[in-house]
Design a binder for this molecule. Structure first.
Ligand SMILES: Cc1ncc(C[n+]2csc(CCOP(=O)(O)OP(=O)(O)O)c2C)c(N)n1
Length: 577
């Protein structure tokens, strides 16, 4: 059979629900084979970056590697941002690129290019993949595909790339006779009983312990055991931006989001905690602020992560436990269960004091003197109207932070955003991938007017497929997050965020694509507007107009401790947005 036919069969066997692509000469064999095989959907996007983000959205929702394909040259390079996003946020994904025929490659000649669109994507992609292959011989495809799928999902998940010359795609192979991949992966490291006992003893000593949940909980598929652990030990949980969906919003142990734009009560709580149990979080600067010594203080931190390099990286003096999360949490459950009666009421004063902080600093009061719609309030209204949604897929900017601070996540709902790459343009295509992965429930996308314009062409994909996708554009008519930064550090010179920037009327844009759309400008109209959108069964777009001067608060006062937040305390140093 042809290599391209084998790939189609392999993807079907792996139950990949859809392949996202933008066609080009060098992937025509693959597209044709997938079409003839018929089991895997082919979703044609309008930019390869969109295809990559859609694969990321699908990979995160299902745990099955998302697959995106692109032609050589510009198609392949257009994938790069999405590949990087998968790498930084631990998303399983397999990218397949077409390449010029082997005899057309420049090889060691001292020239830039021989074949039309010949581009060395394998070299380019190295720093942002777990592995990249060029398929040099047709018979290699069997082993490479097997290894690619195993690598993408094992250990810390991530992207891989397979570059396949055109003549290899159309070559005949006998799959039975091809060399196979024999797994060489070392046994995953696991937390020891001694580690678990140390954590138990530290918990029994602690007065104000916190669990810090990171994105690793979802990427390790450890949500079930994590919930069991929290219910057994009754220790409050703060989370990073990547773990907004680790606990339902109204879970009694949910102590909110920490970090640069974390909830005020959560940042206050973590600054008071005397013990931290960090599960699958990198403790990066957006979580801890820049005062790393202050963050550590004299408290104990147990840091569990599957990658040794992520522990004691920025925050030093942590107990390092290198382990996959699932076995670690199972071990903790086993060790802590006998102490659960003792632990249960151990921390009630602490839990109550966090509750006091929460009531004292509600997220919807952060922007007290805002004119028009309060975005934090709108997030509550939006999530209340969409309790049946499978996911909130959120772009990058202030709207991302308002969503993370204020969405009322329901059990099982996912929160997808671009964390490490922080790439504008993630929202719409990733929401397409999420919507195709969960066709029986709606997906809610939230984007800013700037981010939405980065991949706005995918409105056509949404319209063509008639997806049950509810798009919400928080339109402040500016690049708000960077505008806020300019307000803080550039005396309000809003070059390129407001000055020289513009956004269209998104309601009219959606209408042009044949998508139902509305605009809401008045706070009294928000409930009606979100109810209208919740009732739509096909694609819809709600444009929410807010003040261009709305800020995302609180914001950690950079250079100071976690308890110091703008606007009450100002930053000491300049930071990133
Ligand atoms: C691809 C990309 N380019 C630039 C940036 C820098 N950046 C971060 S947030 C932001 C503004 C986003 O504007 P918008 O989507 O309107 O959201 P808002 O902050 O107004 O809610 C910019 C330009 C980025 N994160 N990603």
């Amino acid at each position: 059979m042809k290599v391209a036919d084998y790939i189609a069969e392999f993807l079907a066997e792996k139950q990949v629900p859809a392949v996202y692509e933008l066609v080009g000469g060098m992937i025509t064999f693959l597209v044709d084979s997938l079409h003839r095989h018929g089991q895997t959907k082919i979703i044609s996007m309008h930019h390869e970056q969109g295809a990559a983000f859609a694969a990321e959205g699908a990979g995160r929702m299902t745990g099955i590697p998302g697959v995106a394909m692109a032609t050589s040259g510009p198609g392949a390079t257009n994938l790069l941002t999405g590949i990087g996003s998968c790498y930084f946020d631990s998303t399983p994904a397999v990218f397949i690129t077409g390449q010029v025929n082997r005899f057309e490659r420049k090889g060691s000649r001292d020239i830039r290019q021989l074949g039309f669109q010949e581009t060395n994507i394998v070299e380019m992609v190295h720093p942002i993949v777990k592995r990249a292959w060029s398929v040099e011989e047709p018979e290699q495809i069997v082993a490479i595909l097997e290894e690619a799928f195993q690598l993408a999902t094992s250990g810390r998940p991530g992207p891989v790339l397979i570059d396949i010359p055109m003549d290899v795609q159309r070559a005949d192979i006998d799959p039975e006779a091809c060399p196979r991949f024999t797994s060489t992966s070392a046994k995953a490291s696991t937390m020891t009983l001694t580690d678990a006992q140390s954590i138990r003893d530290a918990l029994l000593r602690a007065k104000r312990p916190l669990i810090l949940a990171g994105g690793g909980i979802q990427s390790a598929h450890a949500l079930g055991s994590f919930h069991e652990l929290v219910n057994i030990i009754q220790v409050p949980v703060v989370h990073s931006l990547m773990a907004v969906d680790a606990l339902p919003w109204n879970h009694p142990m949910n102590a909110g989001m920490i970090g640069s734009y974390g909830n005020r009560w959560s940042n206050l709580a973590i600054s008071e905690a005397d013990l931290l149990l960090v599960l699958g979080s990198r403790l990066d600067v957006r979580q801890t602020g820049s005062d790393t010594e202050g963050f550590k203080g004299d408290r104990e931190i147990f840091h569990i992560d599957c990658e040794a390099g992520e522990i004691n990286n920025r925050i030093h003096g942590c107990h390092a436990i290198v382990s996959d999360l699932n076995p670690a949490i199972e071990m903790l459950i086993e060790t802590l269960k006998p102490a659960s009666a003792e632990l249960k009421n151990h921390f009630t004063t602490w839990v109550d004091s966090i509750d006091v902080l929460r009531r004292e600093w509600p997220d919807i009061n952060e922007l007290q003197d805002i004119e028009g719609i309060n975005p934090n309030k709108a997030m509550h209204q939006l999530s209340q109207a969409n309790r049946n949604a499978s996911a909130f897929v959120v772009d990058v900017g202030q709207h991302q932070m308002w969503a993370a601070q204020s969405l009322e996540m329901q059990p099982g709902q996912r929160f997808l955003t671009s964390g490490g790459m922080g790439s504008m343009g993630f929202g719409l295509p990733a929401a397409i991938g999420a919507a195709i992965a969960t066709p029986n429930s709606p997906v809610i996308m939230i984007a800013g007017d700037g981010s939405f314009q980065c991949n706005i062409q995918e409105l056509q994909t949404v319209a063509r497929l008639g997806l049950n996708l509810k798009m919400v554009v928080i339109n402040n008519e500016c690049h708000g997050m960077v505008r806020q930064f300019q307000q803080s550090y550039f005396e309000g010179r809003y070059q390129s965020t407001m000055w020289g920037y513009s956004a269209p009327n998104f309601e009219a844009v959606a209408a042009a694509y044949g998508i139902a759309a509305r605009t809401v400008e008045d706070p009294t109209g928000v409930d009606d507007a979100v109810a209208w959108q919740a009732a739509q069964t096909g694609p819809s777009l709600l444009q929410v107009m807010i003040s261009p001067l709305a800020n995302a608060y609180p914001k950690l006062a950079f250079g100071k401790g976690m308890a110091s937040m703008e606007p009450h305390v100002l930053s000491e140093e300049m930071e990133a947005t």
